[in-house]
Design a protein around this ligand. Sequence first.
Ligand SMILES: [Zn+2]
Length: 391
Amino acid sequence: MLIARDADGRLINLTSIRNGHSDLHRMRGKTHYCPVCEHPLDLKAGSIKIPHFAHQKLKSCLIDHEPESDYHLNGKIQLYEWLKSQNMVQTEMERYFPEIMQRPDVYADTGQRKIAVEFQCSAIPAAQFYKRTSQYKQANIEPLWILGAKNAVRLSSSTFRISPFQWLFAKQGPDILGPPYLLSYCSSLQAFLLIEHLIPFSKQVFTSIPSVRPIRHISLHDVTPQAAPSPKNWTQWLNLIKMHRLKPHIHLSEELKTLQQTLYEKKQIPLSCLPSEAFIPVATGYLFHTAVYVWQTKILLFIDSLSVRSVFHLQDAGNEIKRDRQIVRRDISHLKHVSIGAPVRAYLEALTQTGLIAKETTYSYRKTAELNWTQNQEELLKRDNELINKR
Ligand SMILES: [Zn+2]
């Protein structure tokens, strides 16, 4: 914490201390109190961490306290200064809202929007995330959750491993049927890391379009993307497909074991030889927690069971997915509602480009060719490139 009350009830802000050591030394002799629970606080002003207040007994406070790292404290100060420089009606650090028992890192009132910035550097349970979000909304405050960028796991220039906790920070872009984005901030770089165009390849591996935006050059308005970026190329996505094909599958999840068995029985092919049509990036693919090639293969197997020239409805394909217990939905309760029909439809639309099916009416498709189930890796890798680069 950076804010406390002194014995006279005045708010003391540690970031506004002018005379460094001498002021801190003087403050050490006095008692400070938590503005939330009024318990006495210790002033921690050693040589390692930046000066801050801490509860003598952590459990005694009314609101949850996470231990604050320098990374978090610095970020809080930077975000506060950043908002303060943008002509807000009000900007306050660690303001306590007793009616909802919340104390955001930074509170800002733009005149049109009341915003609670939560710079989250440690994992909290999803239930707590939802509770705090709804409490802010109840008080007509818009929570702005910003992920500590040091927690972002970058697997390549644009591929990230996103844990279920980090997924809670995903936000919808301007287009509800477009891919979501994630806002993170790095207090060491003093820059936002905006991770846009998130498309999951598997449960936690997402390709994206990341960009670093120094805090000095960006306003509050700009951290919310106004238009979805379009990917320049699908190199990273193709790399993930290649890895899937060439890396042996050793530790298989339950759904992959089941899929493997189905494939052997029906098509006599291994998981590494799934058709290229099972790896199509779909903007609303995040609705599935299950890997892209699992749900898409299920639809392909459904189409495969039909004879050429037969017509099927979007809903038929949707039902295949809905009734399949191996296909797990991702938690999207923090996003606007998008139905499972959206990714299924987007996928079928993409399949019309491959020659496998053609559009019959708005919601129905006609099978136009048989799918090529081959075990020839070279042929598959070549077709992966063709299909994906057409996107
Ligand atoms: Zn307290």
